[in-house]
Ligand binder design. Structure first.
Ligand code: ATP
Ligand code: MN
Length: 463
């Protein structure tokens, strides 16, 4: 075998007449008189390569093993395809079977499996059209994210996953401990003796890299972290995961307006990138998952985001005449139904809500001159609701200390965070984008479990 090994994707643009070998998994097989057609997919693109096997070319013994799900290498000549649907096909000379797949038991036999069923076979769903498209898209999105920041002189920083500080100052963290849960060491007064634990104090999986990101922003000016984050929120919703990926830029010398402009540029850049590089996969989502995906993305890439303050948003929601599951009053947190109404009905595009009441936002957000609101910004998009949460950070030492106290937090563990406000403090801002929320927006998939390879949710951490 002297033929070239090519991916299916590369083979589609190889010259007609090339001798080559393709390897992959059989999506389907169809026999008609004197010829067998095989759809071979190797994940490199949505479209499979059609293999054409004339009767008598390969031994019956081999032909028998070619079933949906089996894996093989096919060597042959790339020829123009007489059928419509593809420009080229591979006229097969030889086939080597790597592994068979018993048609009686291979679960991906028939079309039309539900997403729920496919979730139970996450080891095989990646070989389906939907999940092939989703995870190629996720790869491209990740690449676009790095390109966006790298082109703008941002430094990529790896913030820790195990942490002893709680970013939000609120619970919902997973504990990391090596203590014996059945018989933990105790202090004289009967409490758990955390000094005997691995890190000498309680430790957790991070809920956000922001606080450490701020350390780096105040040295490198513009930075971003991009990694897994963990939240033990016991909310079984279609838009929350216990483990998800977050992109968090943090910029020194940025105020809230600069932060909003960056978030808008960032979302448009990544949308344009996937529109250009993932057309085939997006067309699949547009046809089979959500009919509005392509039109929405093309529209958003070109139009300006809406802007509204929290206070104005509350009055819009109140005078909408809708009956809400969660009634709206000034001071309440906006729920998904409110977020979606604002972006879907009022603005009909992404909208940035700013200046939330300080009591419902984290202690580190910069307090406005009114003393009641903070420089927070949430980006809301149709279908998904909140996709980005961010703020200008409180850079004034005295105000920040007061905010810690008012939030009932001990200032001691935040000594280094406060130090940043004592030595060379500057205005700074940042935001967090949930990668899976962005994926939901791009694909139209309605359950967040279908845009991450192996979802972790309450009661489930399979695979
Ligand atoms: P929500 O109100 O939707 O729960 P949040 O206010 O808790 O979000 P932030 O703490 O601001 O969210 O986190 C920043 C971003 O991370 C959010 O805008 C969202 O895109 C994403 N995100 C937050 N929690 C989750 C989760 N449990 N699963 C997936 N993505 C999440
Ligand atoms: Mn949340």
């Amino acid at each position: 075998m002297t033929a070239n090994f090519l991916s299916v994707k590369a083979a589609f643009s190889a010259p007609v007449g090339s001798e080559l070998t393709l390897r992959g998994w059989v999506r389907s097989r169809r026999d008609s008189k004197g010829v067998t057609f095989i759809e071979l997919n190797d994940g490199s693109r949505f479209k499979s390569m059609q293999l054409v096997v004339d009767a008598g070319t390969i031994p019956d013994e081999t032909l028998k093993q070619i079933t949906t799900g089996s894996s093989l290498a096919a060597t042959g000549t790339l020829v123009e395809s007489p059928a419509k649907g593809q420009a080229v096909e591979l006229k097969v000379a030889t086939i080597h079977i790597y592994g068979g797949a018993d048609p009686q038991t291979y679960p991906l036999q028939k079309k039309g499996h539900t997403l729920e069923f496919l979730r139970e076979i996450s080891h095989l769903r990646v070989r389906s059209n939907t999940f092939g498209a989703a995870f190629r898209l996720r790869n491209a999105l990740t690449h676009a994210i790095h390109m966006f920041f790298q082109e703008r002189e941002f430094i990529y920083v790896h913030t820790p996953i195990v942490t002893t500080s709680d970013c939000e100052g609120a619970g919902q963290m997973f504990a990391v401990s090596t203590l014996n849960m059945h018989q933990p060491p105790r202090t004289d007064d009967g409490k758990i003796d955390w000094q005997k634990d691995f890190f000498g104090k309680p430790a957790f999986l991070t809920v956000s890299g922001q606080l450490e990101g701020e350390i780096f922003a105040l040295a490198f000016s513009k930075v971003y972290t991009f990694g897994p984050t963990f939240r033990a929120e016991n909310s079984n919703t279609p838009r929350h995961l216990a483990e998800f990926w977050m992109v968090e830029p943090e910029m020194a010398f940025y105020e809230i307006e600069d932060n909003m402009r960056l978030a808008e540029d960032f979302l448009k850049y990544t949308i344009r990138y996937v529109l250009e590089h993932c057309r085939e996969d997006l067309e699949f989502f547009n046809q089979f998952i959500e009919k509005s995906v392509l039109a929405t993305l093309e529209h958003v890439a070109q139009s300006d985001f809406g802007h509204i303050t929290y206070t104005d948003a509350v009055s819009e929601l109140q005078k909408s005449g809708k009956t809400w599951e969660f009634p709206v009053t000034w001071g309440c947190d906006l729920q998904t139904e409110h977020e979606r109404f604002l972006s879907e009905e009022i603005f009909k595009k992404p909208v940035i809500v700013t200046d939330y009441p300080k009591d419902i936002k984290a202690f580190y957000m910069r307090v406005n001159d009114d003393g009641k609101t903070v420089r927070a910004m949430d980006v809301l998009v149709p279908r998904v609701g909140e996709i980005i949460g961010g703020s200008q950070r409180e850079e004034r030492h005295d105000v920040l200390t007061q905010r810690l106290h008012d939030s009932g937090l001990d200032e001691k563990p935040y000594w280094w965070y406060l130090d940043l406000r004592r030595y060379g403090s500057v205005p700074h801002a940042g935001f967090g984008l949930g990668l899976e929320r962005m994926m939901m927006y791009l694909t139209g998939l309605k359950n967040i479990r279908d845009v991450i390879p192996f979802p972790r949710t309450p009661g489930n951490a399979e695979f």
